[in-house]
Design a protein around this ligand. Structure first.
Ligand code: HEC
Ligand code: HEC
Ligand SMILES: [Ca+2]
Ligand SMILES: [Ca+2]
Ligand SMILES: [Ca+2]
Length: 479
């Protein structure tokens, strides 16, 4: 492996890119623009501006989000618009942002367009849980963890709402019990892995806890072609590699074919707009055309006009476009992390954490995401993104299993967590919580919880030498 990182051209020779690739640096800093796009000649060369080519050159796979990538990896880096938006689109984006970050209030309120919160809710705005668009907090530290209840409590519905407007009662409080197990790796290093059994008001029945994930690259995940996701699935493990990724097919109306789920820890939402509308409804008590006012007898539903919706389709689209058009921070790969990448591939992590997909995105205008994966624009460009996920469900073993099956999946099935932005998320030390319920306090802990289909890969991880493990972690933190 040779990599020359100075100057405006890098030559990389090595197995990872399959030969010699020349990347001409197109743009970056220098003209006062904080988040100028980072482009390479093999993606969108038309934007190349040679006079700006004096900065350190990014490797191709540092462009984690293709042309949505920004150079910043700082505290605010999950909150920036993708660089291709026009000035006008940035204004629309800012409108969407305001409805996702400013507090909603209970209705009626004459002074604001943001009323309709509750009567029951978990938080009054998206960013209370998706903190600076990163992940949420455990209950003792703030907001961001919700309990899914399945059908265990007939009166509570699918999700526990632990807050209410004056005049209504919250459904209950989130309680938990810690169960810690000690693990000793072959090299003698010790880990105390703590799992929590969450419940409602100390009830015997366990609840499925979900931590708010970081909102990185949502529009890009929406743009991955359905066929490309299906191509990686192997539900009956025909190729006998021990990995049997399955699509979470979502049953829709009678005449409609099932949809491919891709959002949420169990891939239970088919599109970004479905996920956002559900968040408004379940997490904030805000009705929309997708979740009309309750109680909803047949006649009520039939009559419900847009005017009765607490968020209009226009604003729901604006919030969805805001989420879809968030930038993805560049990865920070160097030579050590490229060694780590080889180990990642070698010990089988990439069987589920599929490094890259080619997607089509609109050449310049707003990404169209409402359909979830089928971009209708005429002017599209193909580019490579690096989410490190197959968006498929995998049996992760009893350690990670829910207490019961939810979201029409088996209890132990989870969507491969995308790893882009992992370093930024894991280094944000007040909030470094990994896995679906936030039990992972570090990247190593998250890996040690892997079981089921990932048991062999986890076991190979534990056999690594200290320096190999360091290289792997260095790679993961560079994502
Ligand atoms: C009470 C905390 C909370 C609030 C408020 C909240 N979310 Fe979430 N969000 C979550 C949790 C928890 C999940 C994971 C849900 C699951 O896996 O079932 C999630 C998942 C998501 C996802 C899917 C991410 C992925 O990786 O697939 C998106 C997108 C999202 N939320 C957007 C929003 C938007 C937009 C709002 C505001 C309208 C919002 N959320 C409000 C907690 C919250
Ligand atoms: C069989 C598929 C599979 C394999 C193999 C696998 N993973 Fe995972 N990984 C997952 C799934 C599914 C999750 C989410 C599990 C959960 O949240 O309960 C996950 C979560 C993670 C997370 C936490 C991410 C987050 O945002 O919370 C990290 C880190 C991770 N994997 C790294 C690795 C590494 C490193 C390897 C190789 C040693 C590996 N994985 C192998 C499927 C896999
Ligand atoms: Ca309401
Ligand atoms: Ca409820
Ligand atoms: Ca297989």
């Amino acid at each position: 492996m040779q990599a020359r990182l100075r100057g405006n051209i890098i030559h990389i020779r090595g197995p990872l890119l399959g030969g010699l690739i020349t990347i001409a640096l197109a743009t970056s800093s220098g003209c006062g623009q904080a988040d100028a796009p980072i482009t390479t000649s093999n993606s969108i060369s038309s934007h190349a501006s040679p006079h700006l080519a004096h900065t350190a050159a990014p490797l191709a796979y540092n462009l984690a989000g293709g042309s949505f990538t920004i150079a910043s990896r700082g505290r605010q880096s999950l909150q920036r618009p993708q660089p291709k938006l026009s000035a006008e689109q940035q204004l629309e984006w800012a409108v969407g942002k305001s409805f996702a970050t400013q507090a909603w209030v209970s209705a009626p309120a004459t002074t604001t367009a943001r009323d309709g919160l509750g009567p029951l809710f978990n938080a009054n705005t998206c960013s209370s849980c998706h903190i600076r668009n990163g992940q949420g907090r455990l209950p003792e530290n703030g907001l961001g963890l919700i309990l899914r209840l399945g059908t265990q409590f007939p009166t509570f519905g699918e999700q526990l709402q632990d807050m209410a407007n004056p005049g209504s009662e919250p459904e209950g409080r989130v309680t938990w019990r810690d169960i810690t197990q000690d693990i000793v790796l072959p090299d003698g290093s010790e880990y105390a892995l703590t799992k929590r059994n969450y419940a409602v008001d100390g009830n015997q029945k366990s609840a499925s806890a979900r931590l708010a994930p970081a909102l990185i690259g949502m529009g890009l995940l929406a743009a991955i072609k359905t066929d490309d996701i299906i191509a990686n699935s192997d539900p009956t493990d025909i190729n006998q590699d021990g990995i049997s990724g399955a699509v979470n097919y979502i049953v829709r109306g009678n005449d409609e074919p099932p949809a491919l789920g891709r959002f949420g820890w169990k891939a239970s939402q088919e599109s970004l707009i479905a996920q956002v509308a559900l968040a408004f409804f379940e997490d904030m008590g805000i009705t929309s055309s997708r979740h009309p006012p309750l109680p909803c007898s047949e006649s009520d539903c039939g009559k419900a006009s847009n005017a009765e919706m607490e968020i209009s389709d226009k604003l729901l689209n604006a919030v969805t476009d805001y989420i879809a058009n968030l930038a993805v921070p560049a990865a920070a790969h160097d030579e050590l992390s490229l060694q780590g990448k080889t180990i990642f591939n070698h010990i089988g992590c990439k069987a589920c954490h599929i490094p890259s997909f080619n997607i089509e995105v609109p050449a310049s205008p707003f990404a169209t995401v409402a359909g979830g994966g089928n971009t209708q624009e005429i002017n599209v460009i193909t580019e490579t993104i690096y989410p490190y996920s197959d968006l498929l469900l995998h049996d992760m073993g009893p350690g990670l299993a829910d207490q019961y099956s939810s979201d029409s999946t088996a209890a132990a099935e989870w969507r491969t967590a995308p790893l882009w932005g992992l370093g930024i998320r894991a280094e944000n030390s007040d909030n470094a919580r990994l896995l679906h319920d936030g039990r992972g306090r570090s990247i190593t802990e998250a890996i040690l919880w892997h079981g089921g289909e990932a048991a062999a890969s986890k076991s190979r991880f534990t056999q690594l030498s200290e320096s190999e493990r360091a290289a792997l972690l260095h790679f993961l933190k560079a994502l």
